[in-house]
Write a protein that binds this ligand. Sequence first.
Ligand code: GLA
Length: 389
Amino acid sequence: MDKQELLNEYKNVFNEDGEAVYFSPGRINVIGEHTDYNGGHVFPCAISLGTYGVYGARLDKTVAMYSENMEDGAVVTFDLDSNESEKDESRSWVNYFKGMIIYLKDLGYQIDHGFNLLVHGNLPYGAGLSSSASIELLMGTILKDQFDLDVAQLDLVKLGQKTENQFVGLNSGIMDQFAVGMGKKDNAIFLDCSTLEYKYLPLELGDYEIVIMSTNKKHSLASSKYNERVAECQEAVKRLNKKLNISKLGELDEETFDQYTYLINDETLIKRARHAVSENQRTLRAIDAMQKNDLEELGRLINASHISLHYDYEVSGKELDTLAENAWQQPGVLGARMIGGGFAGSAIAIVRKDKAQELKENVGKIYREKIGYDASFYDAEVVGGPQRI
Ligand code: GLA
């Protein structure tokens, strides 16, 4: 949808002209999965699939929202002065916006009148490409711009995570909001989630490109399983601390982990912790490989990441496995793995540009035969953070 179409839609819904149009990206993650809340490293980037928002001011204190992606066609309204107890139980998408408003106001930022907002995402909801961080940062960016808020970008990122953790109830790390909020064109972000130190690295893949492979499966169990993994890692830390003194698994290298694994004394917890530790080390090795332009090594690490997410962390599933494992068999593929929280959502493959079409066709066919419905394929274009367009 282009800008004019979005403005037309706004007019259809709200019966007046929209004032400004914004775009906020989604994200993919090259490597470093389930490492963020474990104090490890991640390597994500913002992508050109994301969420558009058309804004128009109101004189009263009402926020009126309309999402083109929701089937009910309803304009949802709530009071600008809503508080943390007023979660929208029937329309979960509204809470990402609402949380951002509440937490910005809690910090003393003045948002003194209501507004209308038309939302249009071309990021499939539940695709594991972080539609939620995309809309949190969309809201933050619009409020910052329209109400002249003197708020740092990193603070918007943190409020996005707070919305997720405290308002929505997902105990997620900071990767998604950081990748979306701090995105830079053609660059991925090498982020240390324990210190928030980061570095942009050009995502130079030469003859290769990243293809996004979406399962089109809705992940209804994902958030409870996600919180379970977070808790399992915390329990592993607690047990390791009978002899060690760490606050997060990301502090351990594989050798140290090996020496003290016996303290965990539980098969499931050992697997979870082993993933957190090994994935963090793989991410560091992947950065090294990128810097040496060793794309084959990067591909092997990406494959190893999938295996670890499958067998140790157990957050994959037959849809994600079908995509990744069949991508490995295709000509010109350096590596493929599931990305994001898991259970559903998307996988990525690094493939030779001239073999990308073949990959999509072959994996698409196998997926349809095995799973019974279609997967979707997208080419990832790496873009900057949220902005007015
Ligand atoms: C989700 C969370 C992130 C991160 C990933 C897994 O996308 O929102 O914080 O933990 O899962 O790497």
